[in-house]
Design a protein around this ligand. Structure first.
Ligand code: NAP
Length: 244
């Protein structure tokens, strides 16, 4: 498919997991992709795999100067931007009763504040017809035991799309939330462990975890004109986990 021919995309958290699968799909569909994340080695490996239509910028979404460098690189090489996949996220469990201020700050700095600045700083480069995709989670809708900060941060992401769809009226830029459920990535492994992952997969009506490519495919749909009448929506790609 060539749905993204000539488009320029930024994917935060694009070196691994869902972001990397989306980057692969975007490139396959014709896009030029900038991936952004903190680990140099992961970025280098991903860019080598993605080929000549991919660039990596190292940095944290929690650092405004790093985001300025990201968009500086986009402007210098491509001039404008069509797609922002604000996907970088972090999350670990901490039961109610043991939650710390640091845990809340770390989660919200990345998942909420980092996402807000990722999008705000992209806007001056974005063109009419642009698409912003925010990675939410089934945990933003359901109760996820032990995941207070993570779940609350993802519930906040859901509202960002609603509010920004209003704020972006008249610009021709759409914004939607893509909410994965159980997906086999590093984050799921670290947050849940092997047993937890099995249980998480088994809880879904499809009785398995998603392959990150299954989430990347929906990100490509939301990035493309195939979703041209969608904004402020949440698309659940969760094997039915949060839909029952
Ligand atoms: N896997 C699941 O079951 C699942 C379910 C629902 C939602 N999600 C969401 O999906 C998104 C992607 O996660 P994933 O599952 O693909 O896990 P992952 O492979 O661990 O991806 C997370 C990515 O975010 C990057 N990242 C984290 N903090 C960052 C920061 N401060 N600045 C820039 N990049 C940062 C990481 O790279 P560096 O560490 O190198 O910075 C990594 O590439 C997250 O928003 C997550 O909450 C995942």
């Amino acid at each position: 498919m060539t749905r993204l021919n000539g488009k320029t995309a930024v994917i935060t958290g694009g070196a691994t997991g869902i972001g990397r699968a989306a980057a692969k799909r975007f490139v396959e569909e014709g896009a030029f992709v900038f991936i952004f994340g903190r680990r140099r080695e992961a970025l280098d490996t991903a860019v080598a795999d993605l080929g000549p239509n991919a660039r990596a910028v190292q940095g944290s979404v929690s650092d405004e100067a790093d985001l300025d460098r990201l968009y500086g690189a986009v402007k210098a090489e491509r001039g404008t931007l069509d797609i922002v996949f604000a996907n970088a996220g972090t999350g670990s469990p901490l039961p109610l009763g043991q939650i710390t201020s640091e845990h809340i700050d770390e989660t919200f700095d990345t998942n909420v504040k980092g996402m807000i600045f990722t999008v705000q700083k992209a806007l001056p480069l974005m063109r009419e017809g642009g698409s912003i995709i925010l990675t939410g989670s089934s945990a933003g809708t359901t109760g996820a035991p032990g995941f207070t900060a993570y779940s609350a941060s993802k519930a906040a992401v859901r509202n960002l799309a609603r509010t920004w769809a209003e704020d972006l009226k008249g610009t021709g830029i759409r914004v939607n939330v893509l909410s994965p459920g159980a997906t086999a990535t590093e984050l799921a492994k670290e947050a849940l462990g092997e047993e937890g992952q099995k249980a998480y997969g088994a809880m879904t009506p499809l009785q398995r975890m998603a392959d990150p490519a299954e989430i990347g495919a929906v990100a490509a749909f939301l990035a493309s004109a195939d979703s041209s009448f969608m904004t402020a929506s949440e698309v659940a790609v969760d094997g039915g986990l949060a839909q029952l």
